[in-house]
Design a protein. Structure first.
Length: 291
């Protein structure tokens, strides 16, 4: 059975000019950046400047990073737009009165955001394919990029949906979403550094204990940027920045267990965090219905 909220959402998006304009500008920016790289590389070769062809990898990574960054920047606005009409017309309170509708309503918002971001990614495949051919990057990296975009979309949309479900004011929901993003992306790094400094102050030998290192490892696993560093390493073959950070926190990145499990576990935790926020959203709507 088709979710009626999802069907209504797609009808609303299909009749709005916002989605095609977003696709046009999204791809235009990537194509413009790609053309700039091609012009810069051509002039460097013609004028005989020293040029390292390994920079192609970083040029490809810049375009990929733009797509991932776009997910984080657009997510609060995308979810806000989905909830704006329902909040203005007080439709959410009416939906909550119907038993079993809460999960359909939440899942419809989530699926709509994921499908829109998936559509943006598929629309960028011509530019990304050209980028792979020009830079010599394997096409499998595009598939992995698509998986990461869907992963971050699910993670970000779940958090945004939770705050827009809980908060009555749109401005507070937007602020809560941004604060949650910052807490996961940068707050975990700050907390890990605080744990390191505390452990060094309390240790007589001036070394970090295994407990403090494990706590820092857990905080890094909760950081969604850890999954991105795995993708960064697979493209460039260099994770020196991340290795330096881990060694600063007393984490050994040379172990086979770390290399094999860390990035996969980080991605899994992104999914689990998203499921937790979705469950809390449904629970809150059901609680308001019964109260």
């Amino acid at each position: 059975m088709i979710n009626p909220f999802l069907k209504a959402g797609w009808l609303r998006e299909g009749r709005n000019i916002r989605l095609p304009l977003t696709i046009i500008f999204y791809n235009a920016i990537m194509a413009f950046v790609m053309i700039l790289f091609m012009v810069f590389n051509e002039e460097s070769f013609q004028k005989g400047y020293y040029y390292d062809t390994s920079t192609y990898q970083y040029q490809f990574l810049i375009i990929c990073s733009f797509q991932i960054l776009a997910v984080f920047l657009m997510m609060p606005f995308s979810v806000s737009r989905l909830f704006l009409t329902d909040k203005e017309k007080n439709m959410i309170e009416q939906f909550e009165m119907i038993p079993g509708v809460s999960i359909q309503y939440i899942m419809a918002k989530l699926c709509l955001v994921v499908e829109i971001n998936g559509l943006l990614f598929f629309s960028s495949l011509p530019v990304m394919t050209l980028c792979c051919i020009y830079t010599g990057i394997s096409g499998m990296k595009i598939l992995r990029l698509g998986a990461m975009i869907l992963l971050y979309t699910f993670w970000g949309a779940s958090i945004s949906i939770f705050f827009y479900t809980v908060c009555e004011k749109t401005i507070w929901a937007f602020a809560g979403t941004v604060c949650a993003y910052l807490a996961f992306c940068f707050g975990t790094l700050v907390m890990a550094d605080m744990i390191r400094n505390t452990a060094l102050m309390m240790s007589q030998a001036g070394e970090m204990t295994d407990v403090s290192s494990h706590l820092c490892l857990v905080l890094l696993l909760l950081n969604p940027l850890s999954s991105y560093m795995g993708y960064y390493g697979s493209v460039t073959g260099d994770v020196g920045i991340f290795s330096t950070l881990c060694s600063h926190l007393g984490i050994d990145t040379t172990k086979k267990m770390f290399i094999f499990l860390f990035y996969k576990t980080s991605s899994l935790l992104c999914v689990l965090v998203g499921c937790l926020f979705l469950a809390l959203s449904v629970w809150y709507m059901e609680k308001r219905r019964t109260s």
